[in-house]
Write a protein that binds this ligand. Sequence first.
Ligand SMILES: Cc1ncc(COP(=O)(O)O)c(C=O)c1O
Length: 385
Amino acid sequence: MRTIYLDYNSSTPVAGSVRDAMQPFLGDFFADPSSSHWLGRASQEAVEDSRASVAKLLGCHPTEMVFTSGGTESINLALLGSASQIASQLPSNAPKHLIISAFEHSAVTQCAEHLQQQGWGLTVIGCDKNGVIAVDDIENALRPATRLVSVMHSNHQVGTIQPVAQIAELCRSRDIVVHTDASQSIGKIRTLVEELNVDLLSFSGHKMYAPKGIGGLYVRAGVPLQPIMFGEGNESGLRPGSRNVPHIVGLGHAARLIDTALQDGADRMVELRDRFLARLEFELNQSVVVHARQAERLPNTLSIELPNMKSEQLLRHLPEICLGPVIDRDIEPSAPSRNPTLRALGLLAEAGQRTIRVSVGWQTTEEDVDRAAEMIASTVEVLRV
Ligand SMILES: Cc1ncc(COP(=O)(O)O)c(C=O)c1O
């Protein structure tokens, strides 16, 4: 059975040259970069090379880049670290308020709920039917006590790109810290911190052809953060613990690959994504519902509703095709979808249950998308009767 992997938004394979770049640091070059002997200095140089490569990809200064264990930790550091900093500068009874969108990754949602339990006011902003947050809704939600806003740059389920730069502009004059989760953007579209004008930007290695367990946080120069973990200080005092040199090297190499391949790669993703949809509709002899079709979307992402069939059922029949998450398993069909993005789009559980997410990537071929579309269409046809 040959697997067809169409789940790049969940995780990307580690690129071959990324693995090669990491190899020496899993072998002879094992020293701790904090050690002052020559072997330690070799590790330190490799870490700083990587930092420079990642910073170049994001258009920031290397000193503004903090390595973490992944997207989740970056988000925790961004939100909880800035919340502690903000709280430390205010009288203990001063009101504090933050705003997030309704379709954030659970790391953002749960950090926000944690802050709410600690007394922060929380406003969750919904999106329009195209999966895009209205800047006006953010503006209307701002209060004198608003200190923190977090809106993801691109959505993992439907791929919509959010107006982060405009949101950041609103917040800048009001001295509000702005974080964006760009985990789904890096490696798919050009993502420059200068254009986005944010204070904090988090991302994850395993969405950009580097391994799991590595990620980063951009911290704009002058934006104070408090650490959320304690121990031997590294990463500008924000992230204690010995650094994961092989993974950091892998992330740096992936950043260099992306920097050179991004434009051609994005054009290819669009072709593959649209080819899959056209083929599926041709084979089914009908059009399918595409979520957020009218919005600006990631080039590789397609969230669609299967006609008359639950995605769970489809995946049971096609174990060789790896697709996006299956959701809403046991839920009343007339209830709102349990997937936060589909719920924010106004979808009921019945539509959520028929939804699949196709996300293509660097290793996807035309043959993959053609075969997947054919197999999905014929399974839908067979199970329909
Ligand atoms: C949008 C988004 N943010 C954050 C994360 C978390 O990243 P990590 O798996 O590196 O912790 C993910 C991964 O699923 C994601 O899709």
